[in-house]
Design a binder for this molecule. Structure first.
Ligand code: ZN
Length: 308
């Protein structure tokens, strides 16, 4: 078992419309756009990052908006729902806000004793707000007060036909089973960054997911620095996982590996962070390109639709 993983780092999903995506995450959810860059592997497409003031690990939702992408189909072998934490007692304020913005798929329930507001993003992306005591300082604005603002990720749901191999993997990554309710088991990493939980939902007969707009592409786990990342990489390789080399993503270093249930995992460093090429006061405003794509700037600036 390893102990370098400290919770989620970011979650990356697919979208069909950059402007709609940007408007939803900033105006409706009240997150801060902390980086506007491109998909390093397909620079014709934006890579948009939303989070708290500085894009702290454990708060960062990111999107690849592929114009006119077809919608994904929910199923097993994917992260089915992403959950953010909100202050205890703030569900009603969110229900009122979602009604005002005509957000789709809104309902409420209780999981592991915590109230949740379920809702959908612009591409049918499945989300929840979970009431929890979370000390992280939120980004506020756009009509979202400190009393209701999102604190960061609460958890992610992995939907699987068979949860045993992924359970074993999470335990290896330092997660401990906390509770089980029906077909859902919650795993929590101790001493994490507050984005500490992964729920495994076992759905034996369900169809496999098909990735498209609204689907989670991968989830990334946080490690403090590159040295810790190399330790994790070695440990995963020793256990038989096929892990990519370390890839420089400008704002963090990344390694990727496919889990037994089909979900793509990444391990990302907390260093160097999103303020490495922009002042904190102006994060997310300018189009930032990695050095290998800087020569494409003129073409990309005319191709990518302007965002508010
Ligand atoms: Zn990633």
């Amino acid at each position: 078992m390893i102990n370098q993983i400290k919770g989620l780092h970011h979650i990356t999903s697919l979208a069909s419309d950059a402007r709609e995506n940007n408007a939803f995450f900033t105006n409706v959810l009240g997150l801060r756009r902390i980086k506007k860059t491109v998909n390093f592997d397909a620079p014709d497409v934006y890579h948009l990052y939303y989070g708290d003031e500085t894009g702290s690990p454990g708060t960062v939702m990111t999107y690849f908006p592929f114009p006119n992408a077809g919608r994904g189909r929910n199923g097993v072998g994917e992260v089915g729902r992403t959950s953010f934490s909100i202050p205890t007692g703030s569900s009603q304020a969110w229900l009122d806000r979602f009604a005002a913005f005509q957000v789709n798929g809104v309902s409420t329930d209780v999981r592991f004793g915590k109230k949740r507001v379920l809702f959908e993003g612009p591409d049918g992306d499945l989300f929840a707000l979970v009431e929890s005591d979370d000390e992280r300082a939120p980004w506020t604005g756009n009509g979202v007060s400190d009393a209701m603002a999102i604190r960061g990720f609460h958890s992610a749901d992995m939907r699987l036909r068979d949860g045993s191999a992924s359970t074993e993997l999470l335990r290896f990554m330092g997660y401990e089973k906390q509770e089980t309710e029906g077909n859902i088991s919650r795993f929590v990493v101790p001493d994490g960054n507050e984005a500490n939980a992964i729920d495994i939902e076992v759905m034996p007969g369900a169809q496999y997911a098909a990735q498209g707009a609204g689907s989670v592409h991968h989830i990334a786990f946080a490690v403090e620095n590159r040295a810790r990342q190399l330790e994790v990489r070695e440990a995963l390789l020793d256990t038989g996982y096929q892990v990519t080399p370390v890839i420089d993503r400008d704002y963090f270093y990344a390694i990727y590996f496919r889990t037994p249930g089909g979900v793509l995992f990444e391990v990302a460093t907390n260093e160097p962070g999103f303020d490495r090429d922009e002042d904190t006061a102006h994060l997310g405003e300018a189009l930032k390109l990695p050095s290998q794509h800087e020569h494409l700037r003129a073409r990309l600036e005319s191709l990518l639709e302007p965002l508010a």
